[in-house]
Design a protein around this ligand. Structure first.
Ligand code: FES
Ligand SMILES: [Fe+2]
Length: 391
């Protein structure tokens, strides 16, 4: 972890004192969630960026945005500029998006190019981050470079993996093995051939709430009977499973009795789906902020992008199954699914913003949790606490 500023150390100490009451270790019925400052304090937000978002595998972009060799996608991870690039032979790579010379940000918008060229003094780098040329480096018209010194001027690479359409990076380099990290998810995904997934479209939302609230809301089905009339008709509370967790993965799911146009009713299904998956939906969170749902006819990815302590952006990316699903004859069916997600998410956003407002109240301090539905909330709070350095 990089050195924390005095303000961050103070907020870390404040936080540790507040969770020192054992709220995260007691039984769920006796314990509680994160204190309010974890959702409202700009210094805590900065601390999270430097820890949670630096030390874990964090979603950075969609592979479909990097389809051609030379496609470059500037993103921000842990508050730092990062660039993803599709290379000729090495798939998608990630680099710190900064020139090694005087630190100009290299790529400022999505583009396609054969190499990186810094506009400041025209140093250039290959798509694999190797320095190519430093014009006039040794004086006017003296372009030569000292090859043995070159490595100092190569772009700084960041650990990066591409899993289906989703690109993850780990800035600190010590988040462990990605495949091991997502094992609880891949086990649940057995039987779905995700290579059949075809990206359809994305929905974007601005939310006046800390990024953790949409994720916490996403994983728990307890609010369904109260907030989502259609979803409650689709699967009632007595048929709903309580969320579970396995290390840095949160899991939930249900069996449904009958399909609906919004869930498996009209669009093509994953081929050769085992019987037990044919009337099933599952959803997951990969800590900290990547989530997705899978049904026989669709995959829906949710990302809560942190923007500020009390602001985030949410992307919902929708995928259907096989090229056949893109046919005109399914356009109404696709629109039905998309509109359904849009409606459901607006039902959630109102509640999420209320929970944010509630975290300004001294009448709330982490909450009284349901021992049946909320163990996942306490676990998620623990993951945050561990990441920011709680012993
Ligand atoms: S800052 Fe990039 S070439 Fe000088
Ligand atoms: Fe919801």
């Amino acid at each position: 972890m990089p050195r924390l500023s005095a303000a961050q150390q103070q907020v870390q100490n404040n936080f540790l004192q507040q969770v020192h009451d054992g709220r995260l270790d007691k039984s769920v019925a006796e314990g509680s969630g994160l204190p309010n400052l974890a959702y409202t304090c700009p210094d805590f937000y900065a601390l999270e960026q430097q820890t949670v978002f630096r030390d874990n595998w964090v979603f950075a972009g969609f592979a479909h945005q990097l389809a051609r060799v030379g496609d470059m996608l500037p993103v921000e991870v842990a508050g730092q500029p990062v660039v993803l690039v599709m290379t000729e032979d090495n798939g998608i790579l990630a680099f710190h998006n900064v020139c090694r010379h005087r630190g100009a940000k290299l790529v400022t918008e999505t583009r396609n190019s054969k190499k990186f060229v810094c506009p400041n003094h025209s140093w250039s780098y290959s798509l694999c981050g190797k320095l190519i040329a430093r014009p006039h480096f040794l004086g006017g018209e003296q372009h030569d470079i000292n090859k043995s010194e070159c490595h100092r001027a190569d772009l700084v690479e960041i650990r990066c993996v591409t899993w289906h359409d989703w690109v993850f990076v780990n800035l600190s380099g010590d988040a462990g093995d990605f495949a091991t990290r997502i094992e609880p998810i891949t086990r649940k995904l057995e039987g779905y051939d995700l290579s059949d997934m075809v990206f359809s479209e994305s929905l974007e939302f601005e939310i006046n709430a800390n990024w953790k609230l949409p994720i916490e809301n996403f994983i728990e089905p307890y609010h369904v009977f109260s907030c989502h009339p259609w979803l409650n008709d689709f699967v009632g509370m007595d048929e709903r499973e309580a969320p579970t967790f396995d290390k840095k993965v949160l899991l939930c799911g249900y069996q449904f009795q009958n399909t609906d146009p919004a869930r498996g009713g009209e669009l093509p299904w994953f081929p050769n789906l085992p019987a037990e998956k044919q009337n099933r939906g599952d959803w997951f969170v990969l800590f900290p902020n990547f989530a997705f749902e899978i049904f026989p006819d669709q995959v829906d990815v949710f990302i809560a992008w942190p923007q500020a302590a009390e602001k985030c952006r949410e992307t919902i990316a929708l995928y259907f199954v096989g090229e056949a699903a893109t046919a005109d004859k399914y356009s109404a069916a696709r629109a039905h699914v998309v509109n359904n997600w849009n409606d459901l998410n607006h039902e959630d956003i109102g509640i999420i913003e209320r929970m944010q407002k509630g975290r300004r109240s001294e009448g709330f301090d982490g909450g009284v949790l349901s021992p049946y539905w909320d163990p996942v909330q306490q676990h998620y709070a623990k993951l945050v606490a561990e990441s920011i350095g709680a012993p």
